[in-house]
Unconditional design. Structure first.
Length: 210
């Protein structure tokens, strides 16, 4: 079934679940892949000018069951889209699809899962943003927690975005005050306390810093 997603880029966190995918969809896809092995060749093919794979599409939509099926049939966890370099993990993180994020991090049906998990966490978009940056930017606290627990580097900076850290993205995001007060990032003892408001100049222009 679909994973829990909290809304994506440019939209408020609606804290809603992705509509449950009809059981027939996953069964039909399973049957196609099992009964026609040659169709497995398209699992890692790219769609359109953006160069998204089927796993990109499923991850962005929070379709956790489809993601698992594609991984079972050899989908590339670390594939980068042609239009910006986003990976399935980055897309799922930006959308707040925590169940999908956890699945991708667990790397089921993949040899050397620990190495691939670390690689996913290190991967960046063309703008230098990681999955953690994407989750923090849109205030997806549960996804931030899952990424930190998996070993994501909270202090890494995004060179294409003013060298911002995940905490800076959280304070500068579409829901800056909520992210600043509630983000799991602020629970790390080495981070400075945050009073619930972002301190800094040019806040109206979107340049607040914690």
């Amino acid at each position: 079934m679909g994973g829990a997603c909290q809304g994506g880029p440019g939209g408020a966190d609606q804290s809603q679940h992705t509509p449950r995918r009809p059981q027939g969809d996953i069964v039909s896809l399973q049957d196609l892949l099992d009964e026609a092995p040659e169709l497995q060749l398209i699992v890692n093919s790219r769609v359109g000018a953006g160069g998204h794979s089927l796993l990109h599409v499923a991850a962005a939509g929070g379709s956790t069951d489809i993601c698992e099926l594609l991984l079972k049939h050899g989908a590339d966890l670390t594939a980068a889209a042609h239009d910006g370099g986003a990976t399935p993990l980055i897309l799922a993180s930006a959308r707040g699809c925590v169940d999908t994020v956890r699945l991708l991090l667990s790397a089921p049906h993949v040899a050397d899962g620990a190495r691939l998990r670390a690689q996913q966490l290190r991967q960046r978009t063309a703008g230098g943003e990681s999955a953690l940056h994407a989750a923090a930017k849109f205030g997806h606290t549960s996804v931030v927690g899952a990424l930190l627990a998996a070993g994501s580097d909270a202090d890494a900076r995004a060179p294409g975005s003013r060298n911002m850290t995940a905490l800076m993205f959280a304070c500068n995001g579409v829901r800056a005050l909520a992210a600043c007060s509630a983000s799991t990032l602020l629970q790390r003892p080495e981070q400075p306390a945050c009073s619930g408001t972002c301190r800094g100049s040019q806040t109206a222009a979107g340049s607040a810093w914690c």
